[in-house]
Ligand binder design. Structure first.
Ligand code: PLP
Length: 420
């Protein structure tokens, strides 16, 4: 049976702020405890309204028409780019390329920059902490180019082993791909230190997967120092199907296009074509303007909360969750201590398969993820086929943690857990 929740929600100690009420799916189901925001986040009404408003008042194909409605659609799309760029600390707005999300952004870099710059005998470094989206494109590029894929290993508590990274870097290293925050363990990686190591020991470019950092931490591309940064709108309160790649102007301008077609051309001759300027060169076809507008509304929502507050809200939920989960006998938490983590906690429980655990929790109205989290190289190193993962966001509170713990205790009961 689902627990009812009190009317007043907390956000970072501000008892008068009812965040959950901003999210129709959650507001309509008070007994639902959504703890799978690392997979995708819920959407506030302001995002849903912005998308609807675009279609009701400004819908036309951007960049295509000379009539006022098309100009308005183009303006909405460009304003969304500006707002999202500002949120992510990108001064050169045209260096934010809209993509379908992080996966497409990383494939863009591997296919465009990678194919042009990686050759036989070169080396590509990825980490054992990567989501498949930042592992497989590099692995495939290495196979195609007969380059060597090298994997940076982890410390026993799920942090990148920076000595290992240092040892992998050399004059043949072309790319170092790593995430800012791990989706499977929540590890927050020290980007500045990693960039410094790369610069000191190689001429490689740095490719940062920001799918789990843009939603949860203050991020400034211009100060991070990486060459590329990828993100997904749907994990940061925005709609599915929109995200982006941020790069440096000189690098992006020198890269060949990833896809070809409408909008990305300057001149098409019978034999040759020249390319449009940034960002259009990398945005072939009709853009997803409505969802860009929706993501812009999501960013506005996050800006109003303040990313420092978002982070500290998640940290306080995380440390409470960690304390409560550690009290459960037979439960094992993976990854670094709560302070080195974003709002993600991965765990297993003796004898109960994570999928069974997730199914029992679902019966209690608690949504968690179970599986390999698209991080099979990591699971192999943890020596588990799967973990259960709970992840927090702005609409979660202590009642969600209580429901998680109660659900786990219930699973223990069902499985007749006997302490060893
Ligand atoms: N990278 C990380 C760290 C992720 O968590 C995810 C999604 O779970 C991705 C990449 C892929 O993102 P998307 O499916 O939005 O392209």
């Amino acid at each position: 049976m689902r627990a009812s929740r009190s009317e007043v929600r907390t956000f970072n100690g501000a008892r008068d702020v009812n965040r959950r009420a901003d999210f129709p799916l959650l507001a309509n189901d008070p007994g639902l405890h959504y703890l799978d925001s690392a997979a995708t986040s819920q959407k506030p009404a302001s995002v849903l309204d912005a998308i609807r408003d675009f279609y009701e008042t400004s819908n036309a194909n951007p960049h295509r028409g000379a009539y006022a409605l098309s100009v308005r659609a183009t303006e909405c799309y460009q304003q969304a780019r500006q707002r999202i760029a500002r949120f992510l600390g990108v001064r050169d707005v045209d260096c934010l390329i809209f993509t379908r999300g992080t996966t497409e952004a990383l494939n863009l870099v591997a296919n465009s920059w990678g194919r042009a710059h990686v050759s036989h005998g070169d080396e590509i470094v990825v980490t054992a902490l990567e989501h498949h989206a930042n592992f497989v494109p590099w692995q495939q590029l290495a196979i195609e180019k007969q380059a060597r894929l090298r994997v940076c290993e982890l410390s026993s508590d799920g942090r990148l082993d920076l000595d290992c990274l240092r040892g992998l870097l050399n004059s043949r290293t072309r790319v170092v791909a790593f995430n800012h925050v791990s989706n499977a363990l929540g590890t927050i990686n020290p980007v500045a230190e990693i960039v410094e190591l790369i610069r000191e020991n190689s001429d490689a470019i740095s490719v940062c997967d920001g799918a789990q950092s843009a939603p949860h931490l203050p991020v400034s591309f211009d100060t991070l120092g990486v060459d590329f940064y990828a993100f997904s709108g749907h994990k940061m309160l925005g709609p599915m199907g929109i995200g982006g790649l941020i790069g440096k102007r000189a690098t992006l301008e020198a890269m060949p296009p990833y896809q070809t077609g409408g909008d990305m051309i300057e001149f098409v001759g019978d034999e040759r074509t020249t390319w449009n300027v940034l960002p259009h060169k990398f945005e072939a076809g009709t853009p997803n303007a409505a969802d860009a507008v929706g993501l812009s509304a999501a960013v506005e929502y996050l800006e109003a909360l303040g990313m420092d507050r978002v982070l500290s809200h998640e940290r306080s939920l995380m440390s409470r969750a960690q304390t409560r989960l550690e009290e459960i006998e037979g439960l094992r938490i993976y990854g670094p201590p709560a302070l080195g983590r974003s709002g993600v906690v991965s765990f297993t429980m003796n004898d109960v398969h994570p999928h069974d655990l997730a199914t029992i929790l679902d019966g209690q109205g608690v949504c968690i993820r179970a599986g390999h989290h698209c991080a099979q190289p990591l699971m192999r190193r943890l020596d588990v086929p799967a973990t259960a993962r709970a992840s927090f966001y702005v609409y979660n509170d202590e009642a969600d943690i209580d429901a998680l713990v109660t659900g786990i205790m219930k699973a223990r009961e069902i499985f007749g857990y006997v302490p060893t």
